[in-house]
Design a protein around this ligand. Structure first.
Ligand SMILES: Cc1cc2nc3c(=O)[nH]c(=O)nc-3n(C[C@H](O)[C@H](O)[C@H](O)COP(=O)(O)O)c2cc1C
Length: 181
């Protein structure tokens, strides 16, 4: 199993959680870590290079901090361009069929905010549905997302165990898919 971790953090040097996660992931065998914001400081994505990277891996991880109940903007642009018609979808667009797609998200607020009774009204899994719908369209298996809550206030002593737990999850040979409902 070859795993590709695509990291979308607009300011990794100021990050605490994602930076620690990336550093730990970069020590692993059979994992390619690609820091997308750093690869494209001008945000001009090399679509062919991204598609080639995706084709060479079996498990695709999208790692990002939760921004405005969604993804950082470059990830949206990356989807718009990389998941092209005739490549990722459409009658001949089968290049990602059968691969696994896993979201790994650091959520700033605590989990109690994300429920029908909570301040933000929706769960993070509900808010991530557009990516689940995308996964259905491109024919990937949508694995149960890895989410860490309270990331904005994570204690220093939690950073190391959090990175280790994240890596252990991503490297599990079997991760349950998330049902559509
Ligand atoms: C522009 C911006 C938007 C954010 N939007 C949300 C949000 O909608 N919900 C939330 O829980 N946290 C939000 N946050 C907090 C981030 O999710 C949090 O800072 C991040 O996950 C921490 O990871 P890091 O240490 O790797 O940066 C936002 C932060 C920024 C800078």
């Amino acid at each position: 199993m070859k795993t590709l971790v695509l990291v979308f953090h607009p300011n990794i040097s100021a990050s605490r959680v994602n930076r620690r996660w990336v550093e730990e992931m970069e020590k692993q065998d059979n994992v390619t870590v690609h820091r997308v914001y750093e690869a494209y400081p001008d945000e001009q994505i090399d679509v062919a290079a991204e598609q080639s990277l995706l084709e060479q891996h079996d498990r695709i991880v999208l790692q990002f901090p939760f921004y405005w109940y969604s993804t950082p903007s470059l990830l949206k642009k990356w989807e718009d361009q990389v998941f092209a018609y005739g490549w990722a979808h459409g009658s001949k667009g089968d290049k990602l069929h059968g691969k696994e797609l896993l979201l790994a998200v650091t959520v700033g607020a605590g989990e109690e905010y994300y429920s029908s009774n909570g301040t933000f009204k929706y769960t993070v899994q509900e808010l991530l549905r557009p990516l689940q719908a995308t996964s259905n369209l491109i024919g990937t298996r949508y694995l149960t997302p890895y989410t860490v809550y309270g990331a904005s206030r994570m204690a220093d002593e939690q950073l190391e165990p959090s990175a280790k737990e994240y890596v252990a999850y991503v490297l599990k040979p079997e991760i349950a898919p998330l049902a559509d409902r």
